[in-house]
Design a protein around this ligand. Sequence first.
Ligand code: UDP
Length: 377
Amino acid sequence: MPQKIALVGAGLSGAVIARELAEAGQAVTIFESRDLIGGNCHTQRDADTGVMVHVYGPHIFHTNDDEVWDYVNRFANFLPYKNRVKSTVGGQVYSLPVNLHTINQFFGTALRPDEAKTFIQGKAEAIADPQTFEEQALAFVGQDLYEAFFKGYTEKQWGCSPTELPASILKRLPLRFNYDDNYFFHVHQGMPEHGYTDMIAGILDHPGITVHLNTRFDPATAGEWDHVFWSGPLDGFFGFDQGRLGYRTLEFREFRYDGDYQGCAVMNYGDRDVPYTRITEHKHFAPWEDHQGSVLYEEHSHACGPDDIPYYPIRMVKEKELLTTYVERAQQLKGVTFVGRLGTYRYLDMDVTIREALDTARAFKSGSLGAFLASPL
Ligand code: UDP
């Protein structure tokens, strides 16, 4: 007999879990507090320019996971897209991630790969087992490149000194001694032709799935369901009664331009005195389209207040203590599973979100699922 299953949130996690369970014969009800599906992946075509806008900031799909790649291709036509990010620093434009072009341009050299490696090794500081972002950066590229490309940007993005942040944040980025300027190194990379919301609508399009928009799920009613999958904020399930887990929020200041404003999708700004971290020009995320008008976002990062949209979990020592409290309480609940970026308080790329959602649905079907697929601590 089908169980009564509630899914809170119609973002990627919710949609994929709902689909897997619906295909297994369950009837699933989704409660979404916003008036749209897709969570922060939501995309929408701008009425004036026709540009597909990444409403909650840029999302580029990249993965090494063949099953996840096949999964997204079932619901969307993915077109080739390579993320090539530039950074404006001290009045010059450089190539990111830091690669041979960046090094040669920054130092005014014409080094070949082996020479550049030796040169950077001479600049990198010998720090055994770097713990903080700053230590990691100094051990990675040395003082000059750190100060130009990482220090100011990171202070703006995280609102604190890189000496207070974990090394893991920087480990997301590669350093290359060749001219490869692809921001990601995964084998699959692309953009859904008609945007992420269209793809997620396809995932949700199943007779076993009912979606209620503009509807908040009251955690006090969780006991009325056989199982609840919660992709809202972990602390929100408990009414934030022990305090709020820290997030950074993003404020997007939109502006428009007639023509091509910056010639690329993402322009970072490394200088501390430029108030934003980056400018995204949305039409360049769909290079197969042609639009005269342009929609751009200046990205400003702030501490997340109660009424702001949470983006980046902070996960510093203070947050980890509070996180432990909430995780332990979650583990005592019966019939509730916390999923996704907000539910597990981790910064997840889209492919990892889908992988975990597929694994969560499988664990549920095999009867081996608890409060978390794996503890987020
Ligand atoms: N970062 C930086 N300079 C840059 C780009 C990134 O210092 O030009 C740092 C920053 O701390 C950021 C982290 O590297 O939070 C990860 O960067 P990524 O581009 O993966 O950030 P996302 O696009 O996910 O915000």
